[in-house]
Design a protein around this ligand. Structure first.
Ligand code: 5AD
Ligand code: SF4
Length: 440
C-alpha cells in the first residue's frame, strides 16, 4: 500500500516529448494516490525525467541528480529516481556514478512506477537501485490521459520512437521503434483536454509525418484534430524532410485552426555531410519542399535544427550551411555543436573538428540567424493578427502574453479579456524577440 498521499516532485529536462511524458507519469502517479509538490525539499519521492540527446543536456541532468544527493543525506528514506532517456542509454553507468539512486526507470516502464515506489518505500534504506529500463515497442500509454493542470496550451503525443537512425542521434536507441497511436485515442485525449480548458494543442512525435494508423496519414490526423469543437489551434512538432507531404500544407491553407508554422530540421547545408548523417535528402530537395510549402502557405513561419562541427565537416561545408540559412531565411533556428552520443554510427567517426572551431562556427551561425530572425520580425511590424492569450505576461502582471498563429510572442495591456480568448492585435515595437501589441 502506498502511504496516503505520498508527495512527489517531478523535474523535467529535454524536449517537448519529455514534457509530455512527464504529464503521463503525473497522471499515472496521481491516479495511484500520490500528491504532486513543487519543491524537492518537501518531497518524499523525487523523480528527474532526463534527456540524452546531446552531451550538454545529459551533463545538466546528471549534475542536478548529483546535487540532489544532499536531500538523500538529510533523509535516507527519501526516494530518488531517474526517468527518461538517460536510463535507456546508460543504466549501469548511472547506478555506478550515482550510488544513492533508488530507481532507474526507462521510457516504456512508467506504468510500473507506483509499484516500484511502493516497494522501495517498504524496503530498508541503502539497497542498490532498482533498474527497470526495457524498451517495449507496444507501449503507447494510449489509455493514460496526460495530466493537465489547466493551461491554455497542451501537448499530445501521436507517435513514439524513431526509425530514421540519423548517424548522430541517440533517439532511436533510447526511444525505440517508431509507432503511431490510434487516431481515436488522440481525438479522445484532445477532447478531454478541451473540457479541462486547453485551447491549443501541440501534436508531438520525433517524426510526425511518419504517422500511420488504420490507413490514416498525418494530414488526416491534423484534419480530425482541427475539427474538434472548442479547440482554437493545432500545432505540430517535429517534421522530417524525407516524410513530409505537401497535403499537410494544403490542410494548413484550408483550415484556419492549423497554425502556419513548420519546424523542419535541415541539420546541414552540405550534401556530403547530409549523406554521412544519413538524413536521406540533399539540400536541393529541402529547398524544393520549402518553395512548395511557401507557395501553398505564403505566410508560413519556418524553424529548423542545425548541427555544426559534425565529424569531418570542412570550412567549405560549413559555408554551405551558412548559404542555405541565407537562402531559406528561417524565422528561428535551434543550433548545436556536434557531440558524440553512445551507440550511434557517428560516434565511431573521429570527432575531428577542434572544439574551438566548433564554437567559432556555432557563433558565426547564431549571429547570422539572429540577424535574419530580427529582419523577419521587423517585417511584421504594423501587421494586425490574432493572438491567443495564454496567460499573464511573465514580466508584467497588467499585461497578457500570447502568440500569433505563426508563433510570434506578443504582450499587450489587459482590458477585460481572459486567457483562452483570441484577440485582434496590431504588432507594435519589438523588445528582443517579443512584440508589444496594440488593440486593433
Ligand atoms: N550532437 C549535436 N546535436 C544533436 N542533435 C541530435 N543529436 C545531436 C548530437 N549528437 C540535435 C539535432 C536534432 C535536435 C533535437 O538535437 O539537431 O534535430
Ligand atoms: Fe534523431 Fe533523426 Fe530520428 Fe530526429 S529523425 S529523432 S534526428 S534519428
Amino acid at each position: 500500500m502506498i502511504p496516503k498521499e505520498t508527495s512527489v516532485f517531478l523535474q523535467t529536462y529535454g524536449c517537448q516529448m519529455n514534457v509530455a511524458d512527464s504529464r503521463t507519469v503525473e497522471s499515472i502517479l496521481l491516479d495511484a494516490g500520490f500528491r504532486s509538490v513543487g519543491n524537492p525539499d518537501v518531497a518524499e519521492v523525487i523523480l528527474v525525467n532526463t534527456c540524452a540527446v546531446r552531451e550538454s543536456a545529459e551533463e545538466r541532468a546528471l549534475g542536478q541528480l548529483a546535487s540532489l544527493s544532499r536531500l538523500k543525506t538529510q533523509d535516507g528514506n527519501r526516494i530518488i529516481g531517474v526517468l527518461g532517456c538517460i536510463p535507456q542509454e546508460m543504466k549501469d553507468e548511472l547506478v555506478r556514478r550515482l550510488p544513492f539512486l533508488d530507481l532507474v526507470v526507462g521510457l516504456d516502464e512508467y506504468r510500473q512506477l507506483p509499484y516500484l515506489i511502493e516497494e522501495r518505500l517498504a524496503a530498508a534504506p541503502g539497497q542498490p537501485a532498482h533498474v527497470a529500463a526495457k524498451l517495449n515497442r507496444r507501449e503507447l500509454y494510449d489509455d493514460v490521459a496526460p495530466h493537465h493542470s489547466g493551461g491554455i496550451t497542451a501537448f499530445v503525443t501521436i507517435t513514439r520512437g524513431c526509425d530514421k537512425f540519423c548517424s548522430f542521434c541517440v533517439v532511436p536507441y533510447v526511444r525505440g521503434r517508431e509507432r503511431s497511436r490510434p487516431l481515436v485515442s488522440i481525438i479522445a485525449d484532445v477532447e478531454q483536454l478541451v473540457t479541462k480548458g486547453a485551447r491549443e494543442v501541440m501534436l508531438l512525435g520525433q517524426n510526425v509525418d511518419a504517422y500511420q494508423w488504420d490507413g490514416k496519414s498525418f494530414a488526416d490526423c491534423l484534419e480530425a484534430v482541427a475539427a474538434i469543437e472548442g479547440l482554437q489551434r493545432v500545432r505540430f512538432l517535429t517534421s522530417h524532410p524525407q516524410d513530409i507531404h505537401l497535403r499537410i500544407f494544403e490542410v494548413m491553407r484550408d483550415n484556419p485552426k492549423v497554425c502556419p508554422y513548420l519546424h523542419l530540421p535541415i541539420q546541414s547545408g552540405s550534401n556530403r555531410i547530409l549523406a554521412v548523417m544519413n538524413r536521406g535528402y540533399p539540400r536541393e530537395r529541402y529547398l524544393e519542399i520549402i518553395e512548395s510549402a511557401r507557395e501553398i502557405v505564403p505566410d508560413l513561419a519556418l524553424s529548423t535544427d542545425i548541427i555544426v562541427g559534425f565529424p569531418s565537416e570542412t570550412e567549405g561545408e560549413f559555408d554551405e550551411t551558412l548559404d542555405l540559412v541565407r537562402r531559406v531565411r528561417f524565422d528561428s533556428a535551434f543550433m548545436f555543436k556536434y557531440s558524440a552520443r553512445p551507440h550511434t554510427k557517428a560516434a565511431c567517426m573521429p570527432d575531428n573538428v577542434p572544439e574551438t572551431e566548433k564554437i567559432r562556427r556555432l557563433e558565426a551561425l547564431i549571429s547570422l540567424q539572429k540577424r535574419i530572425s530580427r529582419e523577419r520580425n521587423l517585417a511584421q511590424l504594423g501587421r494586425v493578427d490574432s493572438v491567443l492569450i495564454e496567460g499573464v505576461a511573465p514580466k508584467s502582471s497588467s499585461q497578457w502574453f500570447g502568440r500569433t498563429p505563426d508563433f510570434r510572442p506578443v504582450v499587450f495591456s489587459q482590458n477585460g479579456e481572459m486567457p483562452g480568448q483570441v484577440v485582434r492585435v496590431k504588432l507594435g515595437e519589438l523588445s528582443g524577440f517579443t512584440f508589444r501589441g496594440h488593440p486593433a
